[in-house]
Design a protein around this ligand. Structure first.
Ligand SMILES: CC(C)(COP(=O)(O)OP(=O)(O)OC[C@H]1O[C@@H](n2cnc3c(N)ncnc32)[C@H](O)[C@@H]1OP(=O)(O)O)[C@@H](O)C(=O)NCCC(=O)NCCS
Length: 141
């Protein structure tokens, strides 16, 4: 297995959506509609092409994973802050638990920093995401 992470290209869109659908087919917390979410975000003004990444298995030139960070605004009574939402992250079942998700998340966070975003929000498993630096939202309440 020889994985590289690249920006998703328009020609990848349909294949990526199949990968997302397949990744979530047996996922516990899923509405089985994540591939349509990816499509909707790509067609919206919150889409940042540089933050839609694919994992390619270079041995057979195949997309095996995908991650998307898109723009959000966090508001309270006094201020509005630009941030990013991480959703979804997907790895084909036969490639799971081999570090592909970790590579996708690390690279997406690195790129977000390069683009001068200051925060990323995720709704996800409390044991998976802290290793990338995520903390509970209640920390800031
Ligand atoms: C979640 C997902 C992206 C992780 O990618 P991956 O390539 O399998 O993960 P990695 O191999 O990089 O990391 C494996 C680690 O994550 C943990 N892990 C994997 N899936 C997990 C899950 N659903 N919940 C909690 N922990 C999980 C493993 O126990 C392992 O932990 P370790 O590093 O301490 O040994 C992938 O399993 C997937 O596509 N799942 C289905 C879709 C999904 O649930 N996406 C996340 C919600 S947006």
């Amino acid at each position: 297995m020889n994985i590289i992470i690249k920006q998703e290209q328009v020609k990848d869109y349909k294949i990526t959506e199949k990968v997302v659908k397949c990744a979530f087919a047996n996922a516990e917390h899923s509405d089985k509609n994540e591939h349509n979410l990816v499509c909707r975000i790509r067609n919206s003004n919150v889409f940042i092409p540089k933050l839609s990444l694919v994992a390619m298995d270079n041995d057979d030139n195949r997309i095996v994973g995908h991650i998307l960070l898109s723009k959000i605004r966090i508001k309270n009574d006094v201020q509005v802050v630009e941030s990013l939402a991480l959703a979804p992250v997907s790895v084909l079942p036969e490639y799971q638990n081999q570090g592909v998700g970790k590579l996708l998340i690390s690279e997406a966070l690195k790129k977000a920093k390069e683009l001068r975003f200051h925060s990323v929000v995720v709704l996800g498993h409390p044991e998976y995401y802290p290793k990338f630096g995520f903390k509970k939202a209640s920390t800031w309440v």
